[in-house]
Design a protein around this ligand. Sequence first.
Ligand code: GLU
Length: 414
Amino acid sequence: MKTKDNPFKIAKERIEKIAKFLGIEDSIIKILETPQKEVKVSLPIKMDDGKIKVFTGYRIEHNNARGPYKGGIRYHPDVNLDEVRALALWMTYKCAVVDIPLGGAKGGIICNPKEMSEAELERLTRKYVDEIYDIIGPKKDIPAPDVNTNSKIMGWFMDEYSKLAGKISKAVVTGKPIELGGSFGRETATARGGQFVKNAMLKETGRKKPLTTIIQGFGNAGSNYAKLVYKEDKDTIIAISDSKGAIYNPNGLDPEEVLKHKKSTGSVINYPKAVTLPREDILKLECDILVLAALENAITKENANEIKAKYILELANGPITGEADEILRKKNILVLPDILANAGGVVVSYFEWLQNLKEEHWSKEEVDKKLKDVMENAYKNVKEKAEKYGVDLRTGAYILAIEKVVRAIKEKCF
Ligand code: GLU
């Protein structure tokens, strides 16, 4: 990663700029951008071949002024301290945008889960829990899935924590399998939330559905989004990319079929009913909506000028740099920002946590209805802030969130 694309630096610059604009004093701005606790752990694991390998893990607790720390755990070879710091910071503001009483945190382990067996991943996960046990807990810090982590991993997480705690502690982690206290709708929540935000925007701008759509990133968020909007909104998915490459068919792709192809071959590339293209190429294609569902820094000042989409939906965290944001604004491209657009995941995590604490089970319909209300309300509040201050939706979302976090910090500490 180039230094100038350091996500934590980008995240802090945004906070500083907007907080200064709001007239917030420097000492409070320092609190708004600084993680409260940073933990780095060394994780020695016996691999299947009998050799010991030492992994590095992080848990960054950014801010808990509004409630217990909350945020996922990422397994990826490129995980690094500043990335996890940025992801933790974004969680603080995301939870504030959707108005759930939680703070922000994030965890990560530098590893390549695609090259590890299930048994190795289980040992790694349990070791990580052992090492961060002291700082997590149902009312302290509640992890969840993120890139390359899933319900199975969250199940091991809960089990290991419960063994150490000497009691079943379902509410210590969200995104669990349904049988272990997971919530209906958590698996598809990030995508569902993004779909609600997209449709709220279309309704408000008077633009008719369906939309020609490009999906960058075909993991949990990207693939579920494609499936939902293809089926329910009749959107046409013209291109999809993953870490190995991209596919394109102007007449449309069936995401369910593409997913089958990816499951059997390991990638979307060489899908028979499309042309295969280099990964980056699909970002530059003409479309109504470009859905960024991969990693940070997908759009930078290097490629921002070439984007031809009308709208961008950020299902990933931090996919557009500050400089790229400026360019897109000048091109009149409407960006639905990450801390609003991908908040569906943590909203249903919050629902799961509540169900665990109250020993309740909500139906899929109930979860969906509650998620819709939260996302539509958040969109409305962000839009109102943006209009009031004459700014874009990202700035509007940060204004909404920063004001809430500042109020909580002041009430709590000063
Ligand atoms: N990893 C997801 C995110 O970035 C979900 C976090 C959570 O559910 O706590 O929002």
